[in-house]
Design a protein around this ligand. Structure first.
Ligand SMILES: [Zn+2]
Length: 98
């Protein structure tokens, strides 16, 4: 499934509710889901981790279409040729701290 196809499903399912809620509260839901993902990682519950990842992706798609941003196009633009900083696949940037 392409990102645009996933976005179509989420948009068809939730667009009315997402528009009524608005961008700031939808971003808040996305952040909450990221928190739930972190908690599921602490518990090391693989099924729950997978579910939370799907939830994060779904909320991310909602934020993208509320902002009228084509996430698939932007992803290809920034990551289509590998690391946007060093331009390599795999990335050759120095490791991040922490
Ligand atoms: Zn890099």
């Amino acid at each position: 499934m392409l990102i645009s196809e996933a976005e179509r499903i989420i948009k068809d399912t939730y667009e009315r509710r997402d528009k009524k809620r608005g961008i700031p509260l939808t971003v808040l839901h996305l952040v909450e889901e990221v928190g739930e993902l972190a908690r599921s990682l602490r518990k090391n519950d693989r099924d729950q981790i997978a579910r939370e990842l799907a939830d994060v992706f779904a909320w991310l798609l909602s934020v993208a279409y509320l902002l009228e941003i084509d996430l698939e196009r932007e992803f290809v633009k920034y990551y289509g040729n590998g690391c946007p900083k060093c331009g390599s696949i795999p990335c050759k940037c120095p490791p991040l701290e922490g």
